[in-house]
Ligand binder design. Sequence first.
Ligand code: GLP
Length: 262
Amino acid sequence: MSTEYRIGNFKVVVADDEAEFDRLAADEVTRLLQQKPEAVLGLPTGSTPVGLYAELRKRYREGRISLRAATSFNLDEYVGLAPEHPQSYHAFMQEHLFGGIDLPKERTFLPEGIGDPQLAAARYEELLAKYGPIDLMILGIGRNGHIGFNEPGTSFKSGVHPAMLTQSTIKANARFFASEDEVPKQAITMGIGNILAARRIMLLAKGASKAQAIRATVCGEMSEQVPASALQSHPDVLLILDREAAALLVADQEAGASCRIG
Ligand code: GLP
């Protein structure tokens, strides 16, 4: 059974195991689709949402959900990778989610990795304005607290923009490429302003390597040095964590210590 905490404006749910984690995240999407079949979803990539996407594919196969009327906007895409490139986020989404559900292709949006990045960012901003606001923005988190590819120092007001990846993010993402040199240095990402404009936000984090970033997000000073701390200003944020990612947060709660750090 999961454990729930209310810390500041965050609802925090700590899952007991991986299966429960994915189920809880999928339940949020399922509930939204039941209430609003034409919902607009914001979607992340990375290893964290892979289980959620598998669970959504399964629920679709079982006839429990349909995304026929929904729309999706991915957070980001690498600059320089064509949609067919196996490491592009286009390809990732096709493999892990879009290929196994009924979301119409013409309503699955990702920034274009090929072509002028400034133009691609402006086009994506227009699409978001046309279809938005996003009903449920699903996020992963980087070890340094980045969301999308909004690295430390990004303005909380930022819109869609080309962004340089930090060395630590390049290193962390190198596991998906043949070598670190092949990881693109730039991406087009929704800005923090776009993320905060969503009606509801669900941030997912798994593993001990995220524990520090999660604690800083929830209990640290709201600072552009920790991009995810911007979520402290949003009225409806749900965090789904595994025990490892929640460890530092939960230790404070159980010791009765104040959440505030920094
Ligand atoms: C990338 C993505 C982020 C993601 C992060 C964490 O940098 N741009 O959206 O949250 O990686 O990935 P993982 O879930 O693999 O830890």
